[in-house]
Design a protein. Structure first.
Length: 198
């Protein structure tokens, strides 16, 4: 639900302006009264809707988890934003990071980022397209291995994950897991691996 709201909420002012223009164009008082009553009803509905989404995510069973807007905001502050600021303070300015959930971390760290969801790397995009177009478990495993090899070949200075980018210690022998853990949600904690080999 939070994904839909990030696109929906910014449109509300535009809808409001269009509606005000519409009311001003009405010449009959009876229609204006109806239009104002409808506007009050819509504002009440939207306010209730946003209040509910902020305090409790109602996703009608569409997702396996429920998270409110307030939880997302708290998680961003304690997880992504805190980690981005930590990297900005502790990492070299020319460092490269690998992440799965881009946004606040690259913004606050100001570091070069490789996003495993393919938002900023064409090679990762190609891997992800191949993954999307197959259901064969062996092929998926092979593509994931190629994707991981590609990521590690970039020699990133930091690998950041909740649980999914790296699996198996043989892949992270050049990295050290740091003690710092940045909690986004109780079951979503960001862990940082720092390169220890040149």
């Amino acid at each position: 639900m939070d994904d839909s709201y990030r696109y929906y909420v910014p449109l509300l002012p535009a809808f409001s302006l269009a509606y005000i223009y519409f009311i001003n164009e009405i010449n009959t008082n009876n229609y204006k009264v109806i239009a104002y009553l409808l506007l009050i009803a819509l504002i009440t509905l939207r306010a209730s809707d946003l209040y509910t989404a902020w305090n409790k995510d109602i996703n009608w069973g569409a997702l396996k988890y429920q998270v409110s807007g307030k939880s997302v905001s708290t998680g961003l502050n304690s997880g992504h934003i805190a980690l981005g600021k930590w990297l900005n303070k502790h990492a070299n300015k020319d460092s490269t990071i690998v992440i799965s959930d881009a946004g606040a971390i690259p913004y606050f760290s100001k570091l070069r980022s490789i996003d495993t969801w393919s938002l900023c790397d064409r090679s990762i995009l190609k891997f992800n397209i191949r993954l999307k177009n197959t259901t064969d478990k062996e092929v998926i495993q092979k593509i994931n291995k190629e994707k991981l090899d590609y990521l590690l070949a970039q020699k990133p200075d930091y690998l950041i994950q909740d649980k999914g980018i790296i699996s198996g210690t043989e892949y992270i022998k050049e990295y050290q897991l740091l003690d710092d853990i940045f909690t986004y949600l109780p079951n979503y904690k960001l862990r940082v691996y720092k390169r220890i080999s040149p």
